[in-house]
Design a protein around this ligand. Structure first.
Ligand code: EPU
Length: 419
């Protein structure tokens, strides 16, 4: 197992390129199961999660070719069973349910287990499939959904914590091959959902309303192959903007989509950082004295839960009291105890973190617990005195393409060593 050593104190400067979005690539790769024709996807990030997804597709019988960011999937035939040993490594494997149900009219996928960021049920995905006419059974840890045929329906997918991203993706992927029209109310409006809808429309689907809370899907008989470029990863982009805010002397992210980053850039300007935007790039410049912030995570276009941990790292050394509330995954605070080991002063009150900024953090051995929490620890390490040793780096490799190398390019003193 690898660990990352961050030698704090080096200022970051320069530019890096943002990779394709993990959370777009995963459902889009799953969507290639909807046709027997080849689909070519560009800018697929080189991550363990995308590798897991390709393994699942191959297990189901698809042919996969991969060459530097471009993946071609041909699912001439597909099995409809994805067993536990194939899907257990990644919760997002659940997004093969929708395309398999759409194409094969049945799917059996091992149920995702719990996760450190919360309970993560799939009741809303199942509610959507049921509305389309599917029956379901949970047996031996697997969920089986099946239907003689799928019929369009009006479905409200809004849950207790707001819309569901993968639930919207899953139901949309099943509904594209249903008979008649499906209306999804309370749909997720994340850019990754729009990217999937764009790809499905290129395959011949008829989806309107992507990016709003109401999707209208007119079912078609079959889909065909298509070619698609994955959108830039807004969470990777946000993570590098926060790195630039924490330790930067002027950090530019290129190949980004500034429109998707408004909530993040607003939060950074709220802290007093100057942001310069160009068509596909953003630069974060240092400020005099950063200001504390009140922040709540919300579904898009609100501030993303996937950036909450990184913001906590920034606010931990920002003078004054900041208050961060997590509304999407109320328990997503595994980074707090680790940041405290580095000297941060934070208290949790339910789903709210109250952060009293400190003047310095000190390097410490810390444990990565999930993807974004791990990134937050690396960012805190950039500013800390001494060496921060982040173990269980496989969490970072699930969702950041070469995070350590990109930070090195910006001048960070960071190394990856074997544990
Ligand atoms: N929820 C339910 N029932 C469901 C589904 C979700 O109650 O059937 C709840 C969840 O427990 C949560 C809220 O609804 O409280 C939102 O969850 P959502 O379904 O939107 O999450 P997801 O689709 O499983 C995706 C991303 C996550 C990201 C969330 C929220 C992928 C592969 N994952 O998960 O990304 O945090 O949306 O934006 O797209 C990450 O990249 O680090 C990550 C965790």
């Amino acid at each position: 197992m690898d660990k990352i050593l961050v030698h704090g104190g080096n200022g970051l400067a320069g530019s890096i390129k943002i990779s394709g979005s993990k959370n777009s690539a995963l459902p889009i790769l799953a969507a290639t199961l909807l046709t027997r024709e080849p689909c070519t996807i560009h800018r697929v990030p080189d991550l363990s999660d995308t590798h897991y997804m390709l393994q699942i597709l191959m297990h189901l019988g698809a042919q996969v070719e991969r060459a530097s960011g471009t993946v071609t999937v041909t699912a001439e035939k597909t099995d409809s069973v994805a067993p536990y040993d194939v899907v257990r490594k990644m919760r997002a494997s659940v997004c093969v349910l929708g395309p398999l149900l759409g194409r094969c009219k049945e799917a059996t996928v091992a149920l995702p287990g719990g996760c450190v960021i919360g309970d993560r049920p799939i009741d809303l995905h199942l509610k959507g499939f049921e509305a389309l006419g599917a029956a379901m059974r949970v047996q031996g840890g697997d969920v089986k959904v099946f239907a003689p045929k799928l019929n369009g329906a009006v479905i409200n997918l809004r849950g207790k914590f707001g819309p569901t991203v993968l639930g919207t993706d899953n139901v949309m992927m099943a509904a594209v091959l249903a008979e008649g029209t499906t209306v999804i109310e309370g749909a997720a409006a994340e850019p990754e959902v729009c990217d999937l809808a764009d790809f499905l429309n290129k395959m011949g689907a008829k989806i309107e309303g992507a990016g709003t809370r109401r999707l209208i899907i007119e079912g078609v008989k079959e889909l065909h192959g298509a070619e698609h470029d994955i959108i830039p990863d807004r969470i990777e982009a946000g993570t590098f903007l926060v790195a630039g805010a924490i330790a930067g002397k002027g950090v530019t992210i290129n190949r980004a989509e500034p429109q998707h980053l408004t909530a993040i850039t607003n939060a950074l300007t709220g802290c007093g950082f100057k942001i310069e935007a160009k068509k596909n790039s953003l630069t974060v410049l240092p400020n005099g004295v950063a200001k504390p912030l009140e922040l709540e995570t919300e579904p898009y276009p609100g501030f993303p839960t996937d950036m909450q941990a990184q913001m906590c790292a920034l606010l931990s050394t920002t003078d004054g009291i900041s208050v961060v509330t997590e509304n999407v995954f109320p328990q997503r605070y595994m980074h707090v105890a680790e940041l405290k080991r580095m000297g941060a002063n934070m208290q949790l009150e339910g789903s709210t973190a109250v952060i009293q900024g400190v003047h310095r953090l000190t390097g410490a051995p810390v444990m990565a617990s999930d993807l974004r929490a791990s990134a937050a620890l690396v960012l805190a390490g950039l500013k800390a005195e001494g060496i921060t040793e982040v173990s269980r780096v496989y969490h970072i490799d699930r969702g950041y393409e070469h995070l350590d190398e990109k930070l090195s390019e910006l001048g960070a003193h960071i190394e990856r060593v074997k544990e």
